[in-house]
Design a protein around this ligand. Structure first.
Ligand code: NAP
Ligand code: MG
Length: 499
């Protein structure tokens, strides 16, 4: 049932925030779009307009980049000590923590996800990410390099790590605040300045974060936030000749457009793209842990997770048992609006996304896949879809090859472990993978063979600010989080002096 039982209502602070028309943050000021245009953001639980937001396009991006450039070259940020930068990032974490409930509610309203998920996941992970990178600000170092061809003592050579400059950041709607934070925190730690474009579906928490950014004392122009559409604001940012680097998370299709747009000034590019991640259950797995683990691997966040374990490979000997268990879990998931305390799964983010997922279900069935239940819309208000497990698939089906980005898993039996590796790696993507087994030796041997940026063993979707995340193959370029993330936001300068 999509209707709420005893739903809690948003706090008055949240109601007041969404009631006002949202502006954009440029050079420390909240301003309307140059064009005067606005666009709606919807509550996916009802399909109703939640808030109206300034619609940035090329003209606003130009102003934001100009502000970011000035802040980078000549603003107080350019001479601020690393310790001061770290302190500001830490203060931002504190401010977010103080307002955690408001952010969780705003995220649930704008994205649809259960409030309890935003409270337990999105917001604490965001706070922790800021704190982790606050600590890095003072630890970005170069090396001293002995020159191999030269006589010792004749030269003194060292490297410096300097901020890459003005950074454009384009983010998706599945974890709106967290994706903003993953991008902002390493860039700020490195000393870059930023123009951030949130997804059109979910701009609210990034904008509210902008208020905290100004409140805690970041200098004007260090972080600029320009909401708007991808084809206009996003494209202008990706192509901008005065942006030194662009960081993008979203679809592989748009990732390729970002690369094309970057060619003009050869800006640096990092990409966090789609996935079709294999989640492998070996015959000796602890079934009681595996079933809920495999269900959560795909159904968490309505299945709208780039690393979702969407291809579930199960060793034949236990296939029926595991698949029935996951199907039962799917059946028991309470799909409700996010503010319902009993909601395990909210609506999908948009009508478009709902039709995309329903389209895949239809196509899959047409191609011969069998649904063990679910996969249809619930009710006619909001974008609720019942989670589903598909069997009887083959590797050529769209539902097996393409990223659905919804609560649909394809379960695939295997008997030969070597064949399993080939099948699991048979994807244009390589973002993540899961392995369920009691044999730790087998687990590590398999982890080495899977072409994926992250491999989870007897767990899934475990994220940490310290653990790098990113993709092999067409799942992206580069890594977010961990000290690896700082590589994308710094340039290495070699300095060599004759003594
Ligand atoms: P998307 O189109 O790739 O959107 C991601 C971001 O890129 C948004 O901010 C979007 O703005 C912007 N954008 C779109 N076109 C652009 C362009 N030409 N130049 C610059 N920026 C542009 O993703 P989506 O349409 O929201 O979702 C489609 C599919 O992408 C999903 O079904 C899923 O497969 C995948 N996806 C992956 C992730 C991930 O974490 N890897 C996250 C979300 C989606 P607008 O929102 O305003 O268009
Ligand atoms: Mg889009």
């Amino acid at each position: 049932m999509a209707t709420a039982t005893a739903a809690v209502t948003p706090d008055s602070k949240v109601t007041q925030y969404v009631a006002k028309q949202q502006k954009m943050l440029i050079n420390g000021k909240w301003v309307d779009a140059q064009s005067g245009k606005t666009f709606p953001t919807y509550n996916p639980a009802t399909g109703e307009v939640l808030s109206r937001v300034a619609e940035g396009d090329k003209a606003d991006i130009d102003l934001a980049v100009k502000a970011a450039r000035a802040a980078f070259e000549t603003g107080p940020w350019s001479t601020m000590s690393a310790s001061e930068r770290g302190k500001l990032i830490w203060r931002l974490a504190d401010a977010l923590e103080k307002n955690a409930e408001e952010f969780a509610q705003l995220e649930s309203l704008d994205n649809g996800k259960p409030l309890k998920v935003a409270r337990a996941g999105d917001i604490p992970l965001s706070i922790d990410n800021f704190r982790y990178f606050a600590g890095w600000a003072t630890k970005i170092e170069g090396n001293t390099i002995p020159l191999g061809l030269r006589q010792p003592g004749k030269f003194f050579a060292y490297t410096l790590r300097e901020p890459v400059g003005v950074v454009g950041q384009i983010i998706p709607w599945n974890f709106p605040l967290l994706m903003a934070v993953w991008k902002l925190s390493p860039a700020l730690a490195a000393g870059c300045t930023i123009v951030l474009k949130p997804a059109e579906q979910t701009p609210l928490t990034a904008l509210r974060l902008g208020e905290l950014i100004t409140e805690v004392g970041f200098p004007d122009g260090v972080v600029n936030i320009v909401p708007g559409y991808g084809e206009t604001a996003g494209a202008a940012l990706a192509a901008h000749p005065d942006v030194d680097k662009v960081a993008f998370t979203g679809s592989t299709e748009v990732g390729k457009l970002i690369i094309k747009a970057s060619v003009g000034n050869l800006k640096k590019v990092s990409l966090e793209l789609g996935g079709k991640s294999p989640n492998v259950v070996l015959g000796d797995a602890d079934i009681d842990a595996t079933i809920p683990g495999a269900a959560a691997a795909i159904f968490y966040n309505q299945g709208q997770v780039c690393s979702a374990g969407s291809r579930l490979f199960i060793e034949k000997s236990i296939f029926d048992k595991v698949v029935d268990g996951v199907a039962q879990k799917a059946e028991s998931i309470r799909v409700r609006q996010g503010f319902d305390p009993e909601s395990d799964m909210g609506p999908l983010v948009s009508e478009e996304q709902m039709h995309r997922v329903l389209g895949y279900m239809e196509e899959g069935k047409k191609e011969g896949a069998k649904s063990l239940g679910g996969g249809e819309r619930i009710g006619d208000k909001g974008y609720f879809v019942k989670p589903s497990v598909l069997v009887n698939t083959n590797p050529n089906m769209k539902v097996v090859k393409e990223e659905i980005f919804g609560p649909v898993v394809t379960a695939i039996p295997f008997s030969d472990p070597n064949e399993l590796v080939t099948q699991a790696n048979d994807s244009m993507y390589g973002l993540a993978a899961g392995i369920w087994t009691r044999d730790i030796k087998k687990a590590h041997a398999l982890a080495a063979k899977l072409r994926a940026g992250t491999v989870w063993i007897n767990c899934y979707n475990v994220f940490d600010a310290a653990l790098p995340f990113g993709g092999y193959k067409q799942s992206g370029w580069g890594r977010e989080m961990g000290h690896e993330a700082l590589e994308h936001y710094t340039e290495v300068k070699s300095v060599c002096a004759a003594l």
